[in-house]
Design a binder for this molecule. Sequence first.
Ligand code: FES
Length: 106
Amino acid sequence: MLFTLCKIEDVPADEPLRVELSDGHVVAVYHWEGAFYCTDDLCSHGEASLADGYVEDGAVVCPYHMGSFCIRSGEPRAAPCSEPIAAYAVTIANGELRIERRADHD
Ligand code: FES
């Protein structure tokens, strides 16, 4: 299913944006080095919103225990994170960012 995230200008550079999809799933959107990325917002280590963290060297740093994930692949980059999170390819159409994702209620 195709989900619209937000407008391009809604995502500040180097600062994650929390976006709730139309099916209620929550993702974090990143604008880093001129490109856009998207991962699940929930850290795989605990109940932290990654959108409350920050991006450093292509990874989002969790605000709780400072573990991190690659924003391209969702793979863990730093402990204590060991389980990957979902990452989504972002496409741009009509000034909006979109991702393809299976809906939670499918
Ligand atoms: S909750 Fe994210 S690193 Fe612990």
